[in-house]
Design a protein around this ligand. Structure first.
Ligand code: NAI
Length: 445
């Protein structure tokens, strides 16, 4: 793993041997700064090895197999020692949430080009270390948007009709048939806090049910359909019959719905939180529900959630009438898993074929154009002063004609994409790879 020196600059990670990867359509050669430059060799796409662990959805295999890659799948996660063994020979690694990708494992990943987290979270991966090894990581944060939006709509109706209580009564042998406190949602107002991917989908679906839709967002957002922007959070809370939260967890959203905000809500309104547990003050919500100030709530996310399946979950919300509790499953559907498999696999293939890092969680993002009649060099380097002038000198001395160049940086690494004449690309690649500051240099042609 790379580390930082006394002034916070990146220090090169331990040296790795070079690797060469190529495929039939986009051949590519990878070199690292530290080792002698190999003879330019290439091998077909069928020799790109993909290892998918933790039962990643079959849709991912389809994408890789269509490219002609070799795909191996494992049902389980591997522990660190086993991963260190297996990671040495793979070019693309796919994991879900249980595999810990540590600096130790990454230091063995001599051939690894890119890593896919076939899930939403990426805490299980040492992202900084992956970047310092020149390995971009991709996930699929929006593959389950629709799944969440559908559950919100279902729960809005279920709360209005007290479905959970009616069902529990019958399971426990009580027949309670009454229209009291049961409502249609048509004509009611739904307030959406956080009008991003999920919030906008909810707005569209709710309008189809005949609801009025208000939204509040800190960013300026274009209204979908007849949805209307509220003037403030307080305005939205005071005008909505149902309030649904779709914000990320940030310092601003932590505890954003507390006692004061609950008091701003209409008497008899309903609250839904399928976003992040920290957004709502749970004891305050339990208090408002027990006091009858709110008619019901649906909660899918909690400030502290068990790591795995557990029989010991407790919450102040348990036992309160018309409160639907679900174990963080809003985004968990077969369709979402399939989408995740396909979307992450497509991002990995695109990176291998073109160098695109748009959507990567640990790399400067670039979206280079389709490569035509040129060779493309991809250089990952430590972001220290003077890198670009060293690279420019190499290019100038080679008399290379640069067709296009994109540089994107973050505080620790820089990522340079350069399209240039085929005749000189190999020479430039070799010189670039020899620079002390280079982490990884790859050519696509
Ligand atoms: P997104 O990033 O597309 O949208 C979030 C929106 O919230 C953005 O428009 C942003 O400007 C807005 N926002 C941020 N801070 C705000 C504030 N203080 N006040 C008002 N608006 C604010 O995110 P997406 O995909 O719509 O996800 C929303 C939430 O849903 C996230 O917290 C995510 O973790 C959660 N989620 C939960 C799932 C579950 O299984 N329960 C599954 C998927 C996502």
């Amino acid at each position: 793993m790379g580390s930082r020196d006394g002034v916070g600059r990146c220090v090169a990670p331990p040296r790795r041997p070079p690797d060469v990867v190529a495929d039939a359509r986009y051949r590519s050669m990878v070199t690292t700064a530290e080792m002698p430059i190999p003879e330019q060799t290439s091998f077909p796409r069928s020799r790109i090895r993909v290892l998918l662990m933790e039962n990643v959805h079959a849709s991912a295999q389809d994408v890789f197999r269509a490219e002609g890659y070799q795909v191996e799948t494992l049902r389980e996660a591997l522990d660190e020692d086993a991963l260190r063994e297996r990671i040495r020979d793979v070019h693309i690694l796919g994991i879900r949430s249980r595999t810990q990708v540590t600096p130790g494992a990454l230091s063995e990943a001599r051939r690894l080009l890119t890593l896919g987290a076939f899930c939403i979270g990426t805490n299980q991966i040492d992202l900084g270390s992956a970047a310092l090894h020149g390995v971009p990581v991709f996930n699929a944060p929006f593959s389950n948007t629709r799944s969440v939006a559908e559950l919100v709509v279902a729960e809005v109706i279920a709360l209005a009709r007290r479905v959970a209580d009616r069902s529990r009564d019958l399971h426990e042998g009580r027949w309670r048939k009454a229209a009291t406190s049961s409502f249609e949602v048509r004509g009611k107002t739904l307030g959406i806090v956080g009008y991003g991917h999920i919030g906008t989908q909810v707005g569209v679906l709710a309008e189809a049910l005949g609801m009025q839709v208000l939204y509040h967002d800190i960013a300026s957002r274009l209204a979908m359909g007849n949805n209307r922007s509220a003037t403030s959070l307080r305005d939205l809370l005071g005008r909505s019959d149902f309030v649904t939260l779709h914000v990320p967890e940030t310092p601003l959203t932590r505890g954003m719905i507390g006692e004061r905000e609950l008091a701003w809500m209409r008497p008899g309104a309903y609250l839904l939180n399928l976003s992040r547990g920290s957004v709502v003050d749970v004891p305050a919500l339990a208090g408002a529900l027990r006091a009858g100030q709110l008619r019901g709530a649906a909660v899918d996310v909690f400030p502290a959630e068990p790591d795995g399946d557990s029989d010991t979950f407790t919450s102040e919300l348990q036992g309160i009438p018309n409160v639907i509790l679900t174990p963080h499953v809003a985004g968990s559907t077969e369709e979402a898993q399939e989408n995740i498999g396909r979307e992450v696999a497509e991002a990995l293939v695109k990176f291998v074929n073109t160098g695109a890092t748009a959507g990567s969680v640990n790399f400067p993002e670039v979206e280079p154009p389709v490569l035509r009649d040129h060779h493309r060099l991809l250089n990952v380097h430590h972001n220290v002063p003077g890198v670009l002038s060293s690279i420019n000198r190499i290019v100038a001395e080679s008399n290379a004609n640069i067709e296009g160049q994109i540089l994107a940086t973050d505080p620790s690494i820089g990522y340079l994409v350069m399209d240039l004449d085929r005749e000189v690309s190999r020479e430039v690649q070799q010189q670039m790879a020899l620079l002390e500051t280079s982490i990884r240099t790859r050519a696509i042609y």
